[in-house]
Design a protein around this ligand. Structure first.
Ligand code: GRF
Length: 298
């Protein structure tokens, strides 16, 4: 049972959960394995619990270069073997990043659906776009200006009803409450318009970031997507893109150049997250497995 083998990635498999030993998941081949007649009928691969490190069984398989075509009950996913993910988005402004990722969910490039939007400004562009697209809007936090806003505890309770897999922050200017961070470990992403850890932290938002980049004389800037912890802009970096800072750039020109990359990168990262292609390195750094070339990570 714990002999491992490395069948060709074109073989097909069925997952069987070993009820006797919850520490392991077994995988039964149900297809033809071209390299050995010994394995032509049924064989087993045992996935050890230590291998998981926040990976699903499907991703452990991927890491080993195996492919799952069909899977047993309880571990089963639809379509290509990966369940479509439920996404929440937090927005305070125009929401152009949200729109870009939403369009990618509609076109099928991102295997997920936005099921709720959270905002601290009920009438912002992002919230209105959500309403136009039939996406429910939640107001958070509760303030004088937004008396309909939820408390942190009620926000966590409200989100749990939507069975959220991932939360994308897209221009949300308030700090995320620690209750929410605890409820969604390794599942909340933010986009920031500079190459973190430079030009990040409290006070670095909107045009202030680009202004500081230009004033510093940095020749390169670009967006960062990172996991969210309890401080501003300090969570683990997941993706970055480089954008040149030109000698005569205005803040607006640089912001627009960075924003174009933000839209592309957020859609690509959302696709990776929904496809379960984010792998956590042993030192705690998250990396993305390429879809086109599964042996390549960035
Ligand atoms: C983006 O520049 C993003 O990096 C930052 O806030 C801005 C949001 O823009 N966190 P939009 O609302 O998505 O257009």
């Amino acid at each position: 049972m714990d002999t491992l083998f490395n069948p060709s990635s074109t073989s097909s498999f069925t997952f069987i959960q070993t009820h006797k030993n919850p520490q392991s998941f077994s995988l039964r081949t149900c297809g033809y394995l071209p390299f050995s007649s010994q394995f032509k009928t049924q064989s087993w691969v045992c996935l050890k619990a230590q291998e998981f490190h926040n990976l699903t069984p499907l991703n452990v398989l991927k890491k080993r270069g195996l492919k799952c075509v069909s899977s047993g009950e309880g571990l089963a996913d639809e379509g290509e073997g990966i369940r479509r993910k439920n996404l929440a988005v937090f927005v305070s402004g125009g929401g152009s990043n949200f729109r870009a990722v939403h369009q990618a969910t509609v076109s099928g490039d991102v295997h997920g659906s936005f099921v709720v939007l959270v905002t601290n400004k009920h009438d912002c562009g992002g919230a209105n776009y959500a309403r136009e697209n039939g996406i429910p809007v939640i107001i958070y936090p509760n303030t004088k200006g937004e008396p309909e806003g939820l408390s942190s505890t009620d926000l966590v309770a409200a989100l749990s009803k939507y069975k959220i897999d991932f939360i994308l922050l897209a221009g949300y200017l308030k700090l995320i409450p620690s209750e929410l961070i605890r409820a969604y470990p390794k599942s909340i992403l933010n986009i920031h318009p500079s190459l973190l850890p430079a030009f990040g932290g409290k006070g670095y938002y909107g045009t202030k970031v680009h202004k500081a980049v230009i004033a510093s004389g940095a020749r390169y800037s670009g967006p960062t997507i990172h996991f969210v912890d309890e401080h501003y802009d300090t969570g683990r970096i997941l993706a970055q893109r480089i954008v040149p800072v030109l000698a005569n750039d205005t803040v607006e020109e640089l912001a627009a150049r960075v924003l174009r990359q933000e839209h592309k990168m957020y859609a690509e990262v959302a696709a990776a997250v929904c496809d379960e292609r984010v792998i956590w390195r042993e030192d705690g750094v998250p990396i993305i497995q390429s879809k086109a070339n599964p042996n390549h990570y960035s």
